[in-house]
Design a protein around this ligand. Structure first.
Ligand code: ADP
Length: 263
């Protein structure tokens, strides 16, 4: 009975989700068709001087729709992780320029790491995209500027810290902490942030997939994720990735580990 209940709740969630998505997508199509229709009329009337802006609007709607389907595909594809020993501090450091460009001039960026940071076992591409997504969220939460700090730490998590995690075990982790001085989140938002397609952003600006993808990546890596947020003060996201132990693994060991950790 419990299984049936869970199943029907799942179906309900899927129904809501596809409904919302169809709605978003439809709005984007309306944007495209509206733009094309305007251009057609202007041409018929012989007033073509400023049709560029209608084409531009149509183009933008098209790009938004493409971005949405792109992220959907990335989300639905069962991504196989390529977990390897990784210097998380160096990876964050190497993203400095990209992050500065993404954040704009109003936001101060600080990137730091513990001395003797442990190597983590994680997929570098996935972690990079996670950090970029978190930085974009932080930027959106600081429209008038603020501070973004990305720091990496060695931590040992006890079992009590992992009660909400199905895959992580107590032990050593490399923590990536992304902290902003933005708007923070009210409790009802905080509760839903990991739900796919949950967003508070205006139409076309948010897909609501960022944090759910990060959640998936961290779970698949056998790690853990935690969010702290205080309204009006800011938000801190903690990603805990398992510490890599032993020698730098060779490819065969890596493949074996991926086979174990994947899907
Ligand atoms: P999206 O950014 O497309 O909305 P996410 O899954 O990344 O999707 O985020 C879901 C929601 O969580 C956001 O719409 C926003 O309301 C909230 N959120 C995420 N990160 C932050 C943050 N750093 N500060 C405040 N709110 C945030």
């Amino acid at each position: 009975l419990e299984d049936q209940l869970r199943q029907s709740q799942k179906m309900e969630a899927v129904g809501q989700l596809t409904g919302g998505l169809a709605h978003d997508f439809n709005n984007m199509l309306t944007g495209i068709m509206g733009g094309v229709d305007m251009v057609r009329r202007r041409i018929a009337e012989g007033r073509i001087a400023d049709i560029d802006r209608f084409l531009e609007a149509a183009m933008q709607s098209g790009q938004r729709a493409a971005a949405l389907t792109h992220r959907l595909l990335a989300f639905s594809r069962r991504q196989t992780l390529d977990s390897r020993p990784l210097d998380v501090g160096a990876l964050a450091e190497s993203m400095g320029d990209l992050l500065l460009r993404t954040l704009g001039e109003q936001i101060q960026l600080r990137i730091a790491a513990d001395q003797d940071l442990w190597p983590a076992l994680a997929d570098d591409n996935q972690l990079e995209s996670a950090i970029l997504n978190l930085a974009i969220n932080a930027r959106d939460a600081m429209p008038t500027g603020g501070r973004l700090t990305i720091s990496s730490h060695n931590v040992t998590l006890p079992a009590e810290a992992l009660v909400h995690s199905d895959r992580a075990e107590p032990g050593d982790y490399v923590e990536v902490r992304v902290s902003d001085t933005g708007s923070g989140m009210p409790p009802d938002v905080l509760e839903k942030v990991f739900d796919p397609f949950f967003t508070t952003k205006p139409l076309g600006q948010g897909t609501g997939l960022g944090l759910s993808m990060i959640y998936g990546f961290v779970q698949q890596s056998r790690g853990h994720v935690r969010i702290e947020s205080r309204q009006g003060l800011g938000t801190t996201i903690h990603l805990y990735l398992p510490r890599h132990r032993g020698e730098i693994a060779d490819q065969a060991t890596n493949d074996a580990m991926n086979a174990g950790a994947g899907s």
